[in-house]
Design a protein around this ligand. Structure first.
Ligand code: IMP
Length: 199
């Protein structure tokens, strides 16, 4: 089944593809079909994921899959949350930067002893743009924010996200291990369980 992925994030495409390609899905990044990123104006992951999926489905005529995800830090009242990708941006036309986001997060948490944080992933699938019954699945991954980066794998906040029981950051985990444990991996596993009801 050909499905448009409502994202141009190559790392996300890879993580989602590793799980969905074996199920016979052909995931095509929306950029390859000439679809640009849509606004993400909402306060919740689920609303933004729906917005992205409907936008991609409307412009391509294909079923669409969207993942809206982010990092929620307890001591920051859940920030950066839905703003995770754009946390360090001061103007809308400034390019997104993982490096500056991580720098800002470290600055905001300087001197803070409560370092608890969790990633959230909301996966939404629409069969067509006006699908009244999207398939929705959520995953969370709990950890702590370090005071300096460790590891080079993954993307985004991975080098700062520490999993105590493994004594590793998510940027130190092999891709398959991250997929198995991560918010996105968990959301996808739940999503796949719901697929038989998807006609
Ligand atoms: P989205 O593309 O609007 O869903 O933004 C997701 C943002 O959340 C990314 O740009 C990262 O900053 C952060 N994020 C989401 N998932 C991960 C992950 O698995 N590792 C590290 N950062 C993540």
């Amino acid at each position: 089944m050909k499905v448009v992925l409502a994202s141009n994030n190559a790392k996300k495409l890879k993580e989602l593809g590793e799980i969905l390609t074996p199920l016979g899905w052909e995931l095509i990044a929306q950029g390859q079909l000439g679809v640009s990123e849509c606004e993400e104006p909402h306060h919740t992951f689920v609303e933004n994921a729906l917005e992205k999926a409907r936008h991609a489905a409307r412009l391509t005529g294909l079923p669409a899959l969207a993942d809206d995800s982010g990092l929620c830090v307890a001591a920051l009242g859940g920030a950066p949350g839905v703003q995770s990708a754009r946390y360090a941006q001061s103007a809308a036309d400034e390019p997104k930067s993982d490096a500056r986001n991580n720098e800002k997060l470290l600055a905001e948490l300087a001197g803070q002893s409560d370092r608890r944080a969790h990633f959230v992933s909301l996966i939404v699938f629409v069969r067509h743009a006006d699908d009244p019954q999207p398939i929705i699945a959520e995953g969370e991954w709990h950890g702590e924010i370090l005071t300096a980066e460790r590891g080079t794998a993954g993307f985004g906040y991975d080098p700062l996200f520490y999993i105590r029981e493994l004594d590793q950051t998510s940027a130190e985990l092999p891709a398959a291990e991250k997929n198995r444990r991560s918010h996105r991996g968990q959301a996808l596993a739940r999503f796949v369980e719901r697929l038989p009801s998807c006609r």
